[in-house]
Design a protein around this ligand. Structure first.
Ligand code: SF4
Ligand code: SF4
Length: 335
């Protein structure tokens, strides 16, 4: 199964409706975290550390669906924690796709084969498998041997059963660029819809702060690993890939990816949780965004994450017919 055309139509129609109603800030992707617990403990993971006191909490199916409805975005990215650990994850996914929202479920793939027995293939549902390199590099990154093999086996099985599958790779300092290129080549040849990439965000709770790349270093790495001449299939839209290579600048629009967790909506963004609120509308308040973004808060200085800048590339494209054409030509990606 490939990226459905309906995704671009629904997203385009949704953006048009919001433009016509002159809404200045609105969500494109709801980030939903039904739990923060995980069956791995990766070195660069901020979530399992930040939410340590509430790792035993889970959202109910009703809370998940209510959060998705109150946000209203046409795309839902389910993350965490490891979402497949939620005993009702199939009810959460099926409840959201029955509302014709496109669901991308991030997973480390350890329980993916079990989930496939409960969630049928659908154009509205896509697995996003965490892969940070080939076998040695990935198993080192997730601190457990054997995870790479399980992930690749589960991806092959999902593809053979007609599921939509993408991968998600976080780039850290000192990464082996040739190894990453080998992994992107492997997943392209396997037939995944594409590989998502972004640099790791410098979570303050991660003990090894040397892991995280500066903007300058990230651009140098992305210039190499995203070289279009290799013909590798990336899932992020081409304008965001230009941004990662340092060929474009955008202001952060993180309000377009509101994140709902066991403690409520993160404020201001997926990465910074200075506060939690039960009102998604609080995240679209102009006053809030006078305080956050590159040049406003020092914690934003090196941020290039898709939650802040991929949506910015989509909003930026609305001002340029040529950029709209480039995005449509590649199939729009906002997840
Ligand atoms: S698999 Fe994901 S959620 Fe789990 S520890 Fe690793 S980065 Fe964190
Ligand atoms: S730049 Fe935007 S997305 Fe990144 S940490 Fe700051 S507010 Fe969040």
């Amino acid at each position: 199964m490939s990226r459905p055309m309906e995704l671009a139509f629904r997203l385009g129609w949704y953006i048009l409706k919001n433009k016509l109603s002159r809404r200045k800030r609105y969500p494109l992707v709801t980030m939903l975290e039904p739990l923060e617990k995980c069956n791995l403990a990766c070195e660069g993971c901020g979530r399992i550390r930040e939410y340590e006191p509430v790792l035993d909490r889970m959202l109910t199916v009703e809370q998940c669906v209510a959060a998705v409805e109150s946000s209203g975005a046409p795309i839902v990215s389910i993350a965490g924690g490891e979402p497949t650990l939620h005993p009702q994850i199939h009810e959460i996914v099926n409840g959201i796709i029955s509302r014709k929202k496109f669901v991308y479920m991030c997973t480390n793939a350890l329980l993916m084969e079990r989930v496939m027995t409960r969630i049928p293939p659908s154009k509205f549902f896509c697995f996003v498998v965490h892969l940070d390199g080939m076998e040695d590099a990935h198993d080192r990154s997730v601190y457990r041997k054997g995870v790479f093999k399980i992930a690749v086996r589960a991806m092959r099985q999902a593809l053979s059963q007609g599921y939509r599958v993408t991968t998600n790779t976080t780039v850290f300092n000192g990464c082996d660029e040739e190894d990453l290129i080998e992994m992107f080549t492997m997943v392209t040849e396997m037939g995944v819809e594409g590989a998502m990439v972004s640099p790791g965000y410098q979570f303050k709770d991660v003990p090894n702060q040397e892991l995280f790349v500066s903007r300058r270093n990230a651009r140098r790495i992305f210039k190499n690993i995203l070289d279009p001449s290799r013909g590798l299939r990336f899932y992020n839209n081409p304008l965001y890939l230009d941004f990662l290579r340092g060929e474009r600048e955008y202001d952060c629009t993180a309000w377009s990816n509101p994140t709902y967790t066991v403690m409520g909506w993160r404020e201001p963004c997926y990465l910074l949780g200075d506060r939690h609120t039960e009102e998604v509308g609080d995240l679209f308040d102009g006053g809030l965004w006078e305080r956050y973004g590159v040049g406003k808060d020092p914690r934003c200085a090196n941020c290039m994450m898709h939650c802040g800048f991929e949506s910015a590339s989509i909003f930026g494209a609305l001002k340029s017919p040529r950029d709209i054409y480039r995005m449509l030509d590649s199939g729009v990606g906002a997840s």
